[in-house]
Write a protein that binds this ligand. Structure first.
Ligand code: C5P
Length: 233
């Protein structure tokens, strides 16, 4: 059974706090290559991942196609570079629509998570084979407390709470149907697990690794450089 990964990379990255005209976070460079390229190489290095669909802004489709076709390790796995939508969910839906029927499993992975380990991607694929849908998550380590108007309110029991990561995946037709239903009915979720659960699908939990960070805020860049320098090869 083939597995393809859909990589949403169409955001503008307003939380990165960059100047107007700065490249979006997925195109910023880490050790001489854009973060998106590192992320795609990580996905392609996992056993079982045979196809990559990259979703970018409309003006970026051609430049990104050019950039990625020149990257020998990626050229084989790269199947399509397509234009995204206004939300992450719309971008994911467009990417999933480009995965052909004969591909059994689809994973969705954020363009801005370049540190995902091959073994964790493979564990998600195994869990999808066993359960139909699965996603990476890590346990919450901090104390959680509600707060409003400058005051703390109730403490939230963190027992059994997880921070979701990607990849998140499922049987291809299950995610494609769930995304189509969301679009038809006009609702959104913040990730694929949310979309799947809202349509009644059960999703297996695969414990991931803290290093699979999402490069979101400016300070994440410091962490990214350190993680890159100390990555296990
Ligand atoms: O903005 P956020 O951190 O939620 O983005 C998560 C991922 O979704 C990023 O890889 C970003 O490029 C992608 N995204 C997208 N289309 C959008 C918004 C975000 O592909 N409209």
């Amino acid at each position: 059974d083939q597995t393809w990964a859909v990589v949403p990379a169409a955001g503008v990255g307003s939380r990165m706090g960059g100047e107007a005209g700065d490249p979006a976070k997925q195109f910023r460079e880490l050790d001489g290559a854009p973060v998106l390229v590192h992320t795609l190489r990580a996905l392609a290095s996992a056993l079982g991942v045979t196809g990559l669909v990259v979703v970018v802004g409309e003006e970026e489709v051609e430049p990104v196609r050019q950039l990625l076709s020149q990257d020998a390790p990626l050229a084989d796995a790269l199947k399509a570079v397509v234009a995204g939508g206004a939300t992450r969910q719309a971008s994911v839906a467009r990417g999933v629509a480009h995965v052909p029927d004969e591909v059994g499993i689809v994973l969705v992975h954020d363009a801005v998570r370049p540190f995902v380990r091959a073994e964790d991607i493979e564990a998600v694929i195994q869990a999808v084979r066993a359960s139909g849908a699965a996603a990476l998550a890590v346990p919450v380590a901090d104390t959680l407390r509600r707060g409003a108007s400058g005051r703390f309110e109730a403490t939230v029991d963190r027992e059994g709470l997880w921070r979701m990561q990607t990849p998140q995946g499922s049987r291809r037709e299950v995610l494609a149907d769930a995304l189509a239903r969301a679009e038809r009915e006009g609702w959104t979720a913040t990730d694929e697990v949310g979309v799947l659960q809202r349509t009644g699908a059960a999703v297996a939990l695969v414990e991931g690794d803290e290093r699979n960070i999402k490069l979101t805020r400016p300070s994440d860049w410091l962490l990214a450089r350190a993680l890159w320098a100390h990555r296990e090869m």
